[in-house]
Unconditional design. Structure first.
Length: 504
């Protein structure tokens, strides 16, 4: 049983491999320890328990920012946030438990096979974690490797494939302890081969200079929805946006930068007020400028009563002309809508965002041509960017992805973790990603996943930059999606099983 406790400790330590601690070698050490604990398990149930407590340790520490979100609302006690973290971790840990159980089942008598199966199973179960029950793929193992050169591998095998590689590298450390030199060499050599394989090239410089300004107003969550703060927020946004320049520019504001509706299907009075808000925001634009901003859209079937609301991104031209709107598709349970509302509201639970009206989801990834020299833009609102393989309309690929977010909810740990996952999406898709947040971390990310410019957490300021170029063609992963890491995972598992039977 002590190995189960050690597995919990190893999982907790592995959380510091991710941002903001970002000591990524800890992840490889933790996976090496996990291999040892699985190998020492006497039954499949003990192996499942080992993998489960490893996951609990990692998620409870790594997802501590969720508890912070509960401190910004008054409808529920703040301590309920830690209950939510623990309960969510108990569920998410099921996926590493499945990987550990499979590794023990087929590799308990052979360490090399155990590592192969664990690596393959980890890639598959992380994909399952991102898809089952709306999915929550936060902090895949690959996110710890985002600051390393290995991030480029995601253009070939995706995030879940890189997670499997991380497990294999941790397994190589374990095998080295037992003097298994050949498997160690094979794993390291294969990783190096994947790293040097050519992907779709990215031009060193953009063909056309497209100026952009990302605005970070440093508006905290406790102030954002305070009565009367809307005018102060508008003043900050206007001051930071500055006057139009001689050159065309793209202005980017955070999620829900404008808290009053920018589109309202109710009475003429409501529609006129929404038009006023759009015109005021667009008053900062020059004749060839564009504004991409987060805002709220109100829907109404009868033109009087509110039927729903959408968390949206608005594309505005001079004069407040609405060129397009993207509605967030992947909503946050308990944050933007309350599941089983009649039951949960009866026992005193509510969603974290202000108001009792649940948001409605949009149709999914969408590309909008914003006109002028800017061309096509793809949109992913807030945590939608964490879903590997589901961020771009493949039939109408954009030139870049805009990812406004309100990371003011997420405390100290959430924003850098969110940024790391946005970097993975950029590398996977071969597209630059532009992030605008109210309190940080706003950033310009190039098509290889490198952070070109960024603003620190809780800092007011702007990012003036030139839009980085996209890859010349969609990378391998962008063309085939998560079919690649799933095939890789099953190949490792089946290869391990076949190798085990031959050795018998």
């Amino acid at each position: 049983m002590r190995y189960v406790l050690y597995a919990f400790a190893a999982g907790a330590i592995s959380a510091f491999a991710f941002e903001p601690a970002a000591f990524w070698p800890l992840l490889l050490v933790a996976f090496a320890l996990l291999c040892e604990f699985i190998c020492r398990s006497t039954t499949v149930w003990r192996a499942l328990l080992t993998g489960w407590v490893f996951g609990v340790g990692q998620f409870v520490i790594g997802l501590n920012w969720i508890a912070t979100a509960f401190t910004y609302q008054a409808n529920m006690p703040a301590w309920l946030g830690w209950i939510a973290v623990v309960l969510l971790s108990l569920y998410l840990a099921i996926y590493p438990a499945l990987a550990a159980g499979l590794a023990w089942r087929f590799g308990r008598e052979n360490r090399v096979i155990l590592v192969m199966v664990l690596g393959g199973a980890w890639a598959i179960t992380e994909w399952l974690r991102g898809t089952m029950f709306t999915g929550f793929p936060w902090n895949p193992a690959a996110a710890a490797l985002a600051p390393t050169p290995l991030i480029t591998i995601t253009s070939l095998i995706g995030t879940y494939g890189l997670s499997g590689v991380a497990v294999l590298l941790g397994g190589a450390v374990w095998l080295e302890y037992y003097k298994k030199w050949l498997p160690l060499v094979v794993i390291v050599a294969t990783t190096a081969f994947l790293w040097v394989l050519p992907s779709s090239p990215v031009p060193p410089d953009p063909l056309a200079v497209m100026n952009l300004r990302i605005v970070q107003p440093n508006i905290s969550q406790q102030d954002k929805w305070s009565p009367g703060f809307g005018e102060e927020a508008a003043r900050r946004l206007a001051t930071l946006s500055g006057p139009p320049s001689a050159e065309p520019r793209l202005l980017l504001w955070p999620e829900a930068a404008v808290t009053d509706p920018l589109d309202d299907a109710r009475t003429d009075e409501h529609q006129a007020f929404a038009e006023f808000e759009r015109t005021r925001a667009a008053s900062l634009l020059g004749p060839n400028d564009r504004l991409l901003t987060g805002g709220i859209a109100i829907t109404s079937k009868d033109g009087v009563h509110v039927d729903g609301a959408a968390n949206s991104i608005f594309v505005l031209a001079p004069g407040g002309k609405l060129l397009g709107r993207y509605d967030k598709a992947h909503l946050v349970p308990y944050g933007e809508y309350l599941p089983m509302r009649p039951l949960l509201s009866a026992i005193g639970l509510s969603r974290l965002a202000p108001g009792d009206l649940d948001f409605t989801s949009g149709p999914g990834p969408r590309t909008i041509n914003v006109g002028g020299e800017w061309g096509k833009v793809g949109f992913q609102l807030c945590y939608e960017i964490i879903f590997s393989g589901d961020v771009v309309d493949e039939k109408n690929r954009p030139s870049f992805i805009f990812n406004p977010s309100n990371d003011a909810w997420f405390g100290r740990w959430g924003p850098p973790q969110h940024l790391a996952q946005a970097r993975l999406r950029a590398a996977e898709e071969g597209l630059p990603v532009l992030r605008a947040t109210p309190t940080g971390i706003s950033a310009v990310i190039d098509a290889r996943g490198n952070v070109v410019k960024s603003l620190p957490w809780r800092t007011k300021g702007v990012i003036d930059a030139v839009l980085p170029p996209a890859a010349n063609s969609p990378p391998v992963f962008a063309r085939f999606g998560n079919l690649i890491p799933l095939l890789l995972g099953f190949t490792l598992i089946i290869g391990g099983i076949v190798l085990g039977r031959r050795r018998r």
